[in-house]
Design a protein around this ligand. Structure first.
Ligand SMILES: Nc1ncnc2c1ncn2[C@@H]1O[C@H](COP(=O)(O)OP(=O)(O)OP(=O)(O)O)[C@@H](O)[C@H]1O
Length: 242
């Protein structure tokens, strides 16, 4: 049984159809990248699986349960954590306070929260060094680490990352790739929403490509990358792996 199984998802913003019959799945411990241009519907998929956007039809199954219309807090508690795009930290709070907020649903279990924080600090030693610093003073790459770390504070089995590389310098993107690989190595599956094709190719086991709300391609990273349609989408021509 897949960890996440999205079946025939349709969604609208008002009267405008945004997703049409979107289906894909993620196995435990897998990285699946969801690719597509601006406005293709990627963030709407992320919001629909995490309960923030109510689909007009279709189903979202997570860990064997139907979460299509579940309360977003229940979805987090069930093990699905969503790190939205925009890299929003609480700038006047410290790194540690920002992390603690990621476990607000477990707020009374102080020991559990402290253990999870230490686990995040092991994954992101830079955050440990800056734990008492105000989040607003961090670099863009560090703020990205912080929002991902905050997403890990609910101890998810699936982390949904919406455009984590957006606006980062190449060195920060390289560090981000290592961080995401480490998160997967620790057993957490990742739905990686990206416009950065090379990052997706490097990390993902499988790719799903959205265009105007439709899945136009999906399969193993090697198979999708070799499809001429993706070469045309990103490079005008050719195979991005060559
Ligand atoms: N709150 C909203 N109200 C109305 N339309 C919206 C809303 N949010 C998104 N849309 C529209 O829905 C479509 C899909 O948007 P979505 O943000 O899911 O795409 P995306 O692939 O994540 O794009 P981007 O990479 O630009 O964030 C777009 O045409 C967008 O303009």
């Amino acid at each position: 049984m897949a960890l996440l199984d999205v079946r025939g998802l349709c969604a609208r913003h008002g009267a405008v159809p945004v997703l049409d019959d979107v289906s894909f799945h993620i196995e435990r411990g897998e990285i699946v990248a969801l690719l597509g241009g601006n406005g293709a519907g990627k963030s709407t998929v992320a919001r629909a699986v995490s309960g923030l956007h109510r689909p007009s039809s279709g189903e979202v199954m997570f860990d064997g349960r139907d979460i299509t219309r579940a309360d977003p807090r229940r979805i987090v508690q069930g093990g699905l954590s969503h790190v939205p795009d925009g890299r929003r930290v609480f700038p006047s709070l410290t790194v540690e306070e920002n992390l603690t907020l990621g476990a607000y649903l477990d707020g009374r279990r102080k020991n559990v929260v402290a253990q999870r924080r230490e686990a995040v600090y092991r994954t992101f030693p830079r955050l440990a060094e800056r734990r008492a610093q105000r989040a607003g003073s961090l670099s863009g790459g560090e703020q990205q680490m912080l929002v991902i770390g905050r997403g890990l504070m609910s101890d998810p089995s699936l982390l949904v990352l919406d455009e984590p590389s957006a606006g980062l310098a190449p060195a920060s993107i390289a560090a981000l790739a290592e961080d995401i690989a480490a998160i997967r190595a620790a057993g957490t599956a990742v739905l990686l929403i990206e416009q950065h094709l090379q990052l997706a190719l490097r990390l993902a086991d499988r790719l799903v490509v959205l265009q105007e709300g439709h899945v136009i391609l999906s399969g193993s990273t090697a198979a999708v990358a070799a499809d001429p349609r993706i070469g045309r989408m990103y490079f005008g021509d050719g195979n991005p792996l060559k």
